[in-house]
Design a protein around this ligand. Structure first.
Ligand code: FCB
Length: 526
């Protein structure tokens, strides 16, 4: 038998370093389990392969998003960064693109619904927008690919928080003033929950897996902390309490969405006995202590690692697991929010890099530390141990064991929370390097599963090259290369290798030898 499926309490037992084939001969490589539910006991020990995208990053021409306005050339737009424009033409090509996922033999497609396609103006619902995602979901199901919807992935309709307005005095239908407005936040929380309810009512008969928000800490830092994303607010340093309010407001939105989806999606689409599995996806980084651009073992810097890990990795999930909020980040949840407790069926873990953190200079308020962030380097950036692991397009280091360590930490902290790696990927022009990233990441995730972590899947970021937010089009994260003149999609070596793995549900010994391990990676041309 190729793959025995004992229903074991320990999912880990389902991930063997080898198995038996039909003749009883030992098979080599790393074996992955069959697909299964993302949360609940029935899914323990299952493993799903998938791929992820986000609407703004792939969809063509949408003047109703804040990103379009933010990046469009002046005077019509604000001219920030590279114009999103037609992105990868993933709206008009959406149905054809399903074949690309099918060719990868994947179980799941995680995509986001663009809120402004559904509600371009407040309370004005677009049937055409709703019908578009209907057709996408149907095409996926026809190809036996389970759809997972992210409700809010870094973008909003302009009316949510108009980036042209620096100080929003009072919420109106044209501008609700966003997550930072002390009086406006109730309205936004309600609006986003209503939107989630509408999606659940419309698609719940075919969709069971829902992610409310994507990378809340990254999103809030970029959009409300340092102003790199629309609406471009810069609260982090001058007004930390106001920034923390945005975190609380976004948490409230998650809870309101969780409740709305649970109420509205009452149909079990895939027959696992559960109508809706609701979670969110969390950004993670393997932090390491640094000082004066070198690795540090000073206790102050080690303590800085603990503080950033708490704020970056733990705060959001702890709030939902325990039903409380630690607004001053001192490790004690002084606010009680019993209605938040348990509003999380599964957690999406997203890992890309290892970055330095230093207690000097203590620039980030309350946390008293400084992190390494791209070209912005005040001494906390450390060169990778191995230069071939540097990712030039994103200016950070890929470090294989990071995802293993993070999964283990999370499993210890939240033993009852099932996890799926909902994003993992590499910006590269070199297909072989991408294949190495796929194999090495899966090796580490397999290692975590064998250690007993309830990790139920791996979704690669991303299906094809797309608009990488503030970084524009230079970073190429696609399994498929996109020619931005013709929009032709071409499979990279990363796509071929992932497809083989997903088809066999196994990484072969040959793949491990060719692509795996921890050694030097194929070079990136700079
Ligand atoms: C993550 C985002 C995703 C994409 C990847 C590269 O932080 O969730 O949209 O930009 O990084």
């Amino acid at each position: 038998m190729r793959w025995a499926l004992p229903v074991s309490l320990l999912g880990a037992l389902l991930f063997g370093a080898c198995g038996d084939d039909d003749d009883g001969a030992a098979e080599s490589g790393l074996q992955f389990a069959d697909r299964g539910p993302i949360s609940g006991d029935a899914g323990r020990g299952s493993f799903s392969f998938g791929v992820a995208t986000a609407a703004t990053q792939i969809e063509d021409e949408n003047p109703d998003t804040d990103w379009y306005l933010w990046t469009a050339p002046q005077p019509e737009g604000l001219g920030n960064g590279v114009f999103v424009g037609d992105a990868s033409r993933g709206y008009t090509m959406a149905i054809d693109d399903v074949q690309l996922i099918s060719d990868l033999a994947l179980d799941v497609y995680r995509f986001s619904v663009e809120w402004s396609r559904i509600e371009p103006r407040r309370d004005e619902v677009s049937e055409a927008g709703l019908a578009h995602y209907d057709a996408l979901i149907d095409a996926l199901l026809d190809a036996d690919i389970a759809p997972m919807i992210t409700v809010h992935h870094f973008s909003s309709p302009v009316w949510v928080d108009d980036p042209r307005v620096a100080t929003c005095a009072a919420p109106s239908d044209e501008n609700l003033c966003g997550w930072a407005h002390p009086q406006g936040a109730d309205e936004i929380v309600d609006e986003l929950a209503e939107h989630a309810r509408l999606l659940a009512e419309r698609y719940g008969d075919r969709v069971d897996d829902w992610a409310t928000v994507n990378e809340p800490v990254n999103y809030l830092l970029a959009a409300y902390g340092v102003g790199f994303f629309p609406p471009g607010r810069t609260l982090l340093i001058p007004n930390f309490p106001a920034f923390i309010d945005t975190v609380r407001n976004y948490l409230r939105a998650h809870v309101a969405m969780y409740e709305a989806i649970m109420e509205a999606d009452t149909i079990d689409a895939d027959g696992d006995g559960v109508a809706a599995h609701v979670g969110f996806t969390l950004n993670t980084i393997a932090w390491r202590p640094s000082r004066d651009n070198a690795l540090s073992d000073r206790p102050e810097d080690l303590a800085a690692v603990d503080r950033i890990t708490y704020a970056y990795h733990h705060l959001f999930v702890d709030s939902l697991v325990h039903g409380g909020f630690d607004a001053d980040l001192d490790g004690v949840r002084e606010e009680s929010h019993p209605d938040w407790q348990g509003k999380l069926d599964w957690l999406g873990v997203q890992y890309y890099s290892r970055n330095g953190v230093s207690s000097e200079p203590p620039l980030i308020p309350v946390l008293d530390l400084m992190v390494c962030f791209g070209d912005f380097d005040l001494g906390s950036c450390v060169a990778p141990d191995d230069p071939t692991h540097w990712v030039p397009a994103m200016r950070y280091e890929y470090w294989e064991p990071g995802i293993y360590e993070i999964l283990l930490d999370f499993a210890q902290r939240w033993p009852d929370l099932p996890m799926t790696v909902t994003e993992s990927g590499l910006a590269t022009e070199n297909g072989r390097r991408r294949a190495e990233h796929v194999v090495r990441s899966l090796e580490q995730i397999h290692r975590a599963a064998e250690a007993g972590v309830d990790v139920r899947g791996y979704y690669h970021w991303s299906l094809y090259d797309n608009f990488e937010w503030a970084e524009g089009y230079e970073p190429r994260f696609g399994l498929y290369h996109v020619d931005f003149e013709t929009y032709e999609r071409t499979a990279t070596e990363g796509a071929d290798v992932l497809a083989e793995i997903a088809r066999e549900r196994r990484i072969s010994d040959e793949q491990l030898q060719t692509y795996g391990g921890l050694g030097p990676m194929s070079p990136e041309e700079e």
